[in-house]
Design a protein around this ligand. Sequence first.
Ligand code: UTP
Length: 226
Amino acid sequence: MDITVLSLGGSVLVKDEDPSAYLSELARMLVEVSSNTKLYIVAGGGRIARFYIRAGRSLGATEQYLDLMGIDATRLNARLLVAALKEHACPEPPREYEEAALAGARYPIVVMGGVTPGVTTDAVSARLAERVGATRLVNATSVDGAYTADPKKDVCAKRIPRMSHEELVRLVTGTAEGAGPTTVFDPIGAEVLMRTHIPLTIVDGRSMKNLKLALEGKECVGTIVD
Ligand code: UTP
């Protein structure tokens, strides 16, 4: 059976004030996919993390402390997804990789959040992919792939349909600084994938159909890194 790790951006997971209908639909799709692949999901912190990190920074908290608040937010989002997945997922989000791998032997779906300060959930998903020997890693985010520049800031930015691991590392290196960075993929995670040769698909996770195709390892709109 394939093993798929999904880095699920917080902006994809919690889109609005009442995400319950959307989360039920997402959970249905994930359960369907899990009949053909073992599914490990790493939930991002999204705006809940950013809210706490911004407020904590104004109060003078250290970067390490802000990261810990970010991790708490990712774990809260993980719990929300577990609530939607019900008995299909491990009820308690694992706190580290070994625990996640053990949970994967018992449940079709495992959902976790952040692990240690100084990285983002993209890096966690890459390390988890390495630990469980994943077939693929899917990064579900709020853009439909990696671009030559930030598509939200530069109208001339073009989507890159396929690139090598080395090209991804070059693209993202030097973009992350301090708690709560926003980049298409965490540079530390990109390094792990380059070392382990695990293929990555970057997709717009807000398109359920496209996300399902990516999780099944089928052709989809996005960026393939291999
Ligand atoms: P995210 O992974 O959600 O970061 O973690 P992000 O890049 O802001 O996410 P998206 O893709 O836009 O949703 C939120 C914050 O939590 C801390 C970091 O400060 C991170 O920016 N964090 C998370 C850690 O310190 N360690 C972890 O393992 C995970």
